[in-house]
Design a binder for this molecule. Structure first.
Ligand code: AHR
Length: 502
């Protein structure tokens, strides 16, 4: 195969599993301007809002079909006391956001406001409970407050606060990063805490809980083994959630060619995490009842000059879009195990979908990837094989074993089928080489196809408040018919191809 060529084989007869829409999930923490200014501006704000929630942000998020949002943290979760965020807003305490700049949190945005935000964007709420500084009773009461349908004091409190009907919240995280900011536990100690907390999280009528345990930092096998070992058989756990940030190379908007590849390579190591973690989980859960989640992931660039470092505000370029795309492709290819993933974070923090500045708002290249990839949600993931040249770059042979690779394949992707349509998403990571590609369908034939492409001649292209549409997907025609056809994928691009099958 020549260096400018590639081959994709899609095996329509080899299903992997249904792609859980929750793989396209989000994460919104009380951090910097994610919640305050990003989602919540308050009823009296001149920024157009409905009951305090920004209208522009809601409309933009609705367009990418967000299935689930995790809240209130992050590290914030294990220092959050839910009762601070319910009841008349003027009576809510002013608490210190100790992790993120020690700023005051007015608690104006609490449980009801979050659930209302989720309802407006069409997402399921995922509440992360406080294990580190909270008690089983506090978390138990939160679940009762949200879900109990009868006439308890907590249910009355919910009704008095405006919601007589139970919220029926399904997803509950039992702590966050409990190996670190969530209490600095050893895996065994956390397993004991997990068992204790989960014992008191009751399933009320019509509201069975889906409990999520804190998984490892990155691909830490020891945490996973020791946690499951200690958990033994006395366990009530639906999913186990790792965190993996691929970090940075260069800065958010300034990077060399090597740094472009280095970051994409680090992002691609998500595959190692998923493969190794699911393999370990299989030892303890051979029936594969427990799902694997990655409920924080994304790029983490150096602090942006002129911004408060603890607010984690960063720009988002074409390179971040490729990170998002290749990561979502990894999750799609493991649709039989990965049940949810939550990119960090929704607005104004880390690899955001949306950036706001006062009344201005822009959508990022990463947002566009989520829009382009939405048809994968609920489709059947099918096997895809890709042959393409490897790219080599300096820094691959990093002394840390985790990064010790010679190079990486220049193309990656995933495929799914729904309603007699094949949906193919492909990332060409090569900076300058278009890849002339043969696409072969096994057990199927193409009738017609169309594509949306995200690319730019500037690899650090990004949207600004002055120029919010520098980078956005464009429509491209594809000539596809039969079992084999050809298509050229532009360099540094993400392509979403919809193929009508005969
Ligand atoms: O997303 C920012 C922070 O990263 C979260 O609060 C924490 O869980 C992780 O370390």
């Amino acid at each position: 195969m020549k260096s400018n060529e590639a081959a994709i084989t899609v095996s329509l007869d080899e299903p992997i599993g249904r792609i859980n829409p929750n793989i396209y999930g989000h994460f919104a923490e009380h951090l910097g301007h994610c919640i305050y200014e990003g989602i919540w501006v308050g009823e009296d704000s001149p920024i157009p809002n409905t009951d305090g929630i920004r209208n522009d942000v809601v409309e933009a998020l609705k367009r990418i079909s967000p299935p689930v949002v995790r809240w209130p943290g992050g590290c914030f979760a294990d220092d959050y006391h839910w009762e601070d965020g319910v009841g008349p807003r003027e009576d809510r305490p002013r608490t210190v956001n100790a992790h993120w700049g020690q700023v005051i949190d007015t608690n104006e945005f609490g449980t009801h406001e979050f659930i209302e935000f989720c309802r407006r964007i069409g997402a399921a709420p995922y509440l992360c409970g406080n294990v580190g500084s909270g008690t089983p009773r506090e978390m138990r009461d939160w679940a009762e407050y949200c879900n109990y349908p009868g006439d308890s004091t907590r249910a009355r409190q919910r009704a008095a606060n405006g919601h007589p009907e139970p919220f029926r919240i399904k997803y509950w995280g039992v702590g966050n990063e409990n190996w670190g900011c969530g209490g600095n536990f050893d895996p065994e100690d956390y397993a004991v805490e997990y068992r204790r907390f989960s014992t008191f999280l009751f399933n009320y009528k019509d509201a069975p809980l889906y409990l999520i345990a804190c998984g490892p930092s990155g691909n830490n096998a020891e945490w996973t083994r020791k946690f499951f070992e200690k958990m033994g058989r006395r366990r009530r756990i639906q999913a186990f959630a790792a965190h993996y940030y691929c970090g940075t190379a260069g800065t958010a908007i300034e990077f060399s060619e090597d740094e472009w590849y280095r970051l994409l390579h680090r992002a691609s190591l998500m595959e190692n995490l998923v493969v190794q973690q699911r393999t370990i989980m299989d030892e303890y859960d051979p029936e594969r009842k427990i799902g694997l989640i990655v409920d924080e992931w994304g790029t983490w660039h150096p602090a942006t000059p002129g911004r408060e470092a603890r607010f984690l505000w960063q720009q988002n370029t074409l390179r971040d879009a490729l990170v998002a795309a290749l990561t979502l492709d990894i999750f799609n290819r493991h649709a039989d195990k990965v049940v949810m993933a939550n990119i960090a974070q929704t607005i104004n923090v880390l690899q955001a979908m949306i950036l706001t500045d006062g009344e201005k708002m822009l959508t990022t290249p990463t947002y566009h990837v989520y829009g382009m990839y939405a048809p994968h949600q609920n489709a059947r993931s099918v096997r895809i094989a890709i042959e393409a040249e490897a790219v080599e770059f300096k820094g691959a042979g990093d002394s840390r074993a985790f990064l010790n690779m010679e190079g990486m394949i220049s193309m990656t992707g995933s495929a799914s089928v729904k309603d007699n349509k094949l949906f193919l998403t492909i990332v060409n990571m090569h900076l300058v080489r278009p890849l002339e590609t043969t696409i072969e369908l096994k057990d199927g034939e193409a009738k017609s196809a169309s594509a949306r492409v995200l690319t730019h001649f500037n690899t650090n292209a990004h949207n600004t408040f002055e120029y919010p549409n520098v980078i956005a997907p464009t429509e491209e025609s594809v000539s596809a018919s039969g079992k084999k056809f050809h298509h050229t994928f532009p360099p540094a691009s993400v392509t979403a191809m919809s193929i009508e099958l005969t």
